[in-house]
Ligand binder design. Structure first.
Ligand code: AMP
Ligand code: GLY
Length: 417
């Protein structure tokens, strides 16, 4: 098979690394890819936000499968354009991708299909938010940009004053442009979070191991939300919670069928385990980052079989073979992340091999014989072992041998486990 992966971060590095081991693979391309990815795939300079350009390349190069890493190409209709040309695409069409690209749409979908989620209200104007907050009792709440904001458009607010400020940043100051012109205000929920990802083909689902992301910047879940500072997998939950999560996916599948959405790819459910059961915080229509870096090293099955079965709607009855190990992913981030970051810093410690971990590059460039930082999230260090404490130790041992000026990391990834 000739496969094209879209994207350039740590998630795509992990995907390319996994695909490169498939017995089905003839040639692997990645667009735009990165210097690190170029060691396992042929990187090509394509505008992945241009569905026609991606489709032309795929036709010309006889690509038999396109795997879409990030959400934006899906929201712009890359799967629709590929479908027109009969090129299999792992990732949903534009209409189905609205489950991620519009939180207002996702909320309406959850209400319609009775999927448990936080109570909410949707606002199209700042005046509307202001009037609503005037008559609402004081309490913590969560303000979210409805559109795509790279995981940074969510403000968890202790009080109404902060909620108003959050809505102002989104709707008046337009810090995420049009993505913040519609805002969702939600009830604040408490409980541990869980990332549930499954291959879905419109009729069936096959779960990947459950994982947990650490979204806040600092230890102890303090500081601003980020794209993710680390993750671990699997997360053990009770049989009851497993059944409830299964129920959520069944309801989503029913909704997808009823709304005639063409959804073939990964469905990611961001859940919070409240005292009243699991509730959905968000849907993503692609693999999570950094969850993917933690989960893929545990997969023993040939991943291309699952990608192809998904695009051919043949997931029914398939079972993923998973190692009985734990994995812990620690992200190294740039100074200033998740706000104004400093890049171009030389990275020390990547010259040598680390046998105990896998290293995925999120934001690096190889220049003049040296690795340098080139993004907010820089590296994902993934330790795997039969005991979670050993997986943690492996990841953190490696972290202590890598350095760049301004390097940041959380010290408590998977600590409580
Ligand atoms: P989201 O992008 O909607 O998943 O939100 C990002 C992060 O904000 C989540 O992973 C949670 O940590 C937090 N969050 C979102 N919604 C809520 C909520 N209703 N209650 C408490 N925390 C939330
Ligand atoms: N780790 C959360 C996300 O990928 O959106």
């Amino acid at each position: 098979m000739r496969v094209l992966v879209l994207g350039s971060g740590g998630r795509e590095h992990a995907l390319c690394e996994k695909i490169s081991r498939s017995s089905q693979l003839e040639k692997l391309f990645c667009a735009p890819g990165s210097d690190a990815i170029s060691r396992v795939a042929n990187c090509v300079n394509l505008d992945i936000l241009n569905p026609v350009e991606v489709s032309h390349f795929s036709e010309k190069n006889k690509i038999s499968l396109v795997v879409v890493g990030p959400e934006t190409p899906l929201a712009l209709g890359v799967a629709d354009e590929l479908k027109k040309r009969k090129i299999p695409c792992f990732g949903p069409t534009q209409k189905a991708a609205r489950l991620e690209s519009s939180k207002a749409f996702a909320k309406a979908f959850m209400v319609k299909y009775k999927i448990p989620t936080a109570d909410f209200k949707v606002f199209e104007s700042f005046d509307g938010v202001s009037r609503y907050l005037d008559k609402t009792p004081e309490r913590p709440m969560v303000v979210k940009a409805s559109g795509l904001a790279g995981g940074k458009g969510v403000f968890v607010c202790e009080n109404k004053k902060k909620a108003l400020l959050g809505a102002k940043k989104l709707m008046e100051d337009k810090i995420f442009k049009e993505a913040g012109s519609c805002v969702v205000i939600e009830e604040f929920l408490r409980g541990p979070e869980l990332s549930a990802m499954a291959f879905i083909d419109g009729a069936s689902s096959v779960f990947l191991p459950l994982s947990r992301d650490h979204k806040r910047l600092q230890d102890g879940d303090l500081g601003p939300n980020t794209g993710g500072m680390g993750a671990f997998s699997p997360v053990s939950v009770s049989a009851k919670i497993k059944r409830e999560i299964n129920g959520v996916f069944k309801k989503v599948l029913r909704g997808i069928r009823q709304e005639k959405m063409d959804y073939r790819g990964i469905l990611y459910c961001g859940l919070i385990l409240t005292e009243r059961g699991p509730k959905v915080l968000e849907f993503n229509c692609r693999f999570g980052d950094p969850e993917t870096q933690a989960v893929l090293p545990l997969i023993q099955s040939d991943i291309l079989f699952f990608f192809m079965a998904t695009t051919r709607k043949r997931l029914k009855g398939m079972r993923l073979k998973v190692r009985k190990d734990f994995s812990v992913c620690v992200n190294l981030v740039s100074q200033g992340y998740p706000e104004k970051i400093k890049i171009g810093r030389p990275i020390r410690g990547l010259e040598r091999e680390y046998r105990e971990v896998q290293i995925f590059h999120s934001g690096t460039a190889f220049q003049d014989g040296k690795w340098r930082t080139s993004g907010g999230r820089v590296l994902s260090l993934v330790g795997t072992a039969p005991k979670i404490s050993d997986a943690r130790r492996r990841a953190y041992n490696t972290a202590s041998q890598i350095f760049f000026p301004g390097m940041g990391l959380r010290r408590d990834i998977a600590r409580r486990e």
